[in-house]
Design a protein around this ligand. Sequence first.
Ligand code: ATP
Ligand code: MG
Length: 300
Amino acid sequence: MKTKEIIRKAQKFADSFRVTGGKKFRLKDFDPANTLGIKSEFKPRAKEALAVGVQALADFQDKLYAQDKWAVLLIFQAMDAAGKDSAIKHVMSGVNPQGCDVHSFKTPSAEELDHDYLWRCMKVLPNRGHIGIFNRSYYEETLVVRVHPDLLEKQKLPEPLITKKIWAQRFEDIRHFEQYLANNGVVVRKFFLHVSKKEQKRRFLERIENADKNWKFSASDTAERGHWDEYMAAYEDMIRNTATEESPWYVVPADNKWFTRVIVAAAVIETLASLGLHYPEVGEEQRQQLAATKARLLKK
Ligand code: ATP
Ligand code: MG
């Protein structure tokens, strides 16, 4: 398949799930089981399409790295067992590890809590030419911390700053931060892997029943499940307040892993394709130098 055709298909797939303006956004309009009408019999075809996509992505990344100007930051947020790890693993499987880094953000350490919440994320923003992946991110500050406001107290914020306005302020700060990144050539794309409560239950049970998956299971994950509706409300409000033209959210259906991967790959391809990437051009002087070096090499 030609690159142009791959880009066109990627745009077609990713378009349905991109949210750029938040005000009309309702999570209930997005079905976690949506596969755009593609039946599961077509799973093998989807796998083939993913392989083509992964190759295209690797080609784009090579140019991104060579050009060394843009940086790309992909942020993944989701409830447990939505498939963040496997989406990252499959979609990025073809890229050169030298130009890609993944960071997971867990419960903040004592050192991290001694700083503002963006600090730990800013330290590991991707270099120019790189793709950086955040497995969870500063968005947790509007999700888990919002669902469990007692976490705010551990953040050592001065009391007068903890007010009802804190979530609106965090959204505003995040919007400004991402605008700042965009203005500096760091392209931010955010993914919410949208799994249903029913499918999460199935995956948790699988983790318990399958010995090889036991390690993935954590009892605290089921506790968070008890706050499902609060999390969904927090996700909805977060997307409404932080989806912009420059840093959109993709609300990716996550009940079918094969489909999740296709959509994430499509969104990354669409993003890289929009940057007009190309290998750096060699100037006349450098071309002459190359010709002279070639001549010398051939003589020896
Ligand atoms: P997996 O379970 O697939 O290995 P994970 O991303 O769920 O990956 P865990 O170690 O299970 O990793 O969970 C990380 C936990 O850290 C999550 O429950 C998340 O809500 C929590 N966390 C992340 N950022 C913050 C934060 N800023 N404040 C409080 N808790 C946070
Ligand atoms: Mg977990």
